[in-house]
Design a protein around this ligand. Sequence first.
Ligand SMILES: Cc1cc2nc3c(=O)[nH]c(=O)nc-3n(C[C@H](O)[C@H](O)[C@H](O)COP(=O)(O)OP(=O)(O)OC[C@H]3O[C@@H](n4cnc5c(N)ncnc54)[C@H](O)[C@@H]3O)c2cc1C
Length: 530
Amino acid sequence: MRRWNGWGDDTIDFPLPASAQPFLEQRLGKPTPLPDASFKDVMAVVPPSRLPDHPLVIKAPRDRILHARGQSLPDWLALRSGKLGAFPDGVAYPVSAEQVRALITFVKDQDGILIPYGGGTSVVGHINPPATDRPILTVNLSRMNRLLNLDEESHIATFGAGASGPDVESQLRAHGYTLGHYPQSFEFSTLGGWIVTRSSGQQSLGYGKIERLFAGGTMETPSGPLEIQDFPASAAGPDLREIVMGSEGRLGILTRVKMRVSSLPPRESFRVFFLPHWDSGCEALRRIVQAGIPLSMLRLSNETETETQLALAGHRKAVRLLEKWLAFRGAGVQKCMVTVGITGTKRLHRTALKEASHIFHEEKAVHAGKVLGHKWKKNRFRAPYLRNLLWERGYCVDTLETAINWDRVSPLMAGVESTLTGTLVGEREKVLVFSHLSHLYSQGSSIYTTFLFRAADTYEGTLARWRRLKKAASETIMEHGGTITHHHGVGTDHAPYLLSEKGPLGINTIKALCRTFDPDGLMNPGKLVS
Ligand SMILES: Cc1cc2nc3c(=O)[nH]c(=O)nc-3n(C[C@H](O)[C@H](O)[C@H](O)COP(=O)(O)OP(=O)(O)OC[C@H]3O[C@@H](n4cnc5c(N)ncnc54)[C@H](O)[C@@H]3O)c2cc1C
């Protein structure tokens, strides 16, 4: 069963190796865990529903709790403390576009609010009910998860928009196809969520961000259905797909989506290289991407992320031996790990590896082979489970992401890291910060930063620490000219920074779209734009 107040399936744990505790205590200090509220405690505080009965709407407290929060750190603090504030007044699980339309009408008649819900994996407050007098209905799309059509000639698969990562891949693989979209939240996040938050998967270098994979589909809106045709390309004015992508549940509910799929690759391999330092790593990645070498993944961890990953990998003896060998080959204390994915035919493997290795060699990289690459693949969706154990020990973990052109990648990463490191100094608290580049473009790269800090002695104090860190880091991103988000979306947490990115006319354009599709303001108000 899915954990109600943490990440993932409750039969799965990703244990911390024995070496992790001393490493973290040395970096952050000894933690004191905060006590967790029980599910029963939270059940006791769910208020009566404000919605009238409807055959499609469930008003049981259990369903309302399970849809009350996403997966951001503030969401975790709310769930773990049992102080959730607002709950949806009901949850519906439609199975058809007709039922979705009926639910929109029901909410409109109640002067209520409707929150579309995919997998609830948002990390920026997308699906949280606002504090309001209006009744709130959360519409969970998970029952609309079927492969409806597969056009094998055009490589277009039509799905119910509530299909999760495993739903999508298992149904496509049965026919010899893949979407190739693997966000780390793959186990639970859905097609609809990916599209409206502009998600990016681990192999975006090969398969592209969701923008490249979404071909068209149907969105049910309070103003009626919007049909987007799946042309390979079109010059017929502004592209309506672009309006839907990033709409964050503000315009309507995607019910049916057409996705560009690929034949299952005959081969896929992941391998690891170590670069002597960050600058050589960045240079190698930029050169490889700009040369158009057909890799499916490149991920460059900076020095601290490399050190942390090796410290948390367990197998102390093997890691020590590896480090000695790497130092001997020129990748010493400042080494940075690069994970490389190659997906395709045998011939493509040979050519891509040869071309990439040539550049790596010129940048003095050491090839560490496939063992670490296999390990990465095996655990590719397991790392978030570490958050559960870290929380139980008294440590908070959060991540930030942005994107910027190559000339400013390193200064922005350094700026965000030094801001985060310094933000809690006044409280004599340390923050462990590390970053990687994992979604790469000819023009620039995303930057993904993870930060860990100790929980304070109260939930309120812990939230205050997170707020200071998030604000300081977001302001640093803005000062350096980065986007406030490369793939997590805006939700509520990034909304204050949108104006400086889009400008007043841009914001008014988005608001005008919301008014056109949703004149009564039913759809997920307060997210993206106010
Ligand atoms: C551990 C972890 C790892 C993550 N890794 C990644 C990653 O690698 N890449 C990445 O891009 N993101 C990642 N995320 C963020 C998150 O998974 C994405 O934002 C994802 O796209 C959300 O999908 P979802 O189905 O869970 O949507 P939800 O969280 O349920 O909803 C997100 C938004 O989409 C709207 N929505 C959902 N379905 C529909 C629909 N059918 N029609 C209209 N609106 C809809 C909701 O109203 C809401 O505004 C991660 C999150 C976690 C917790």
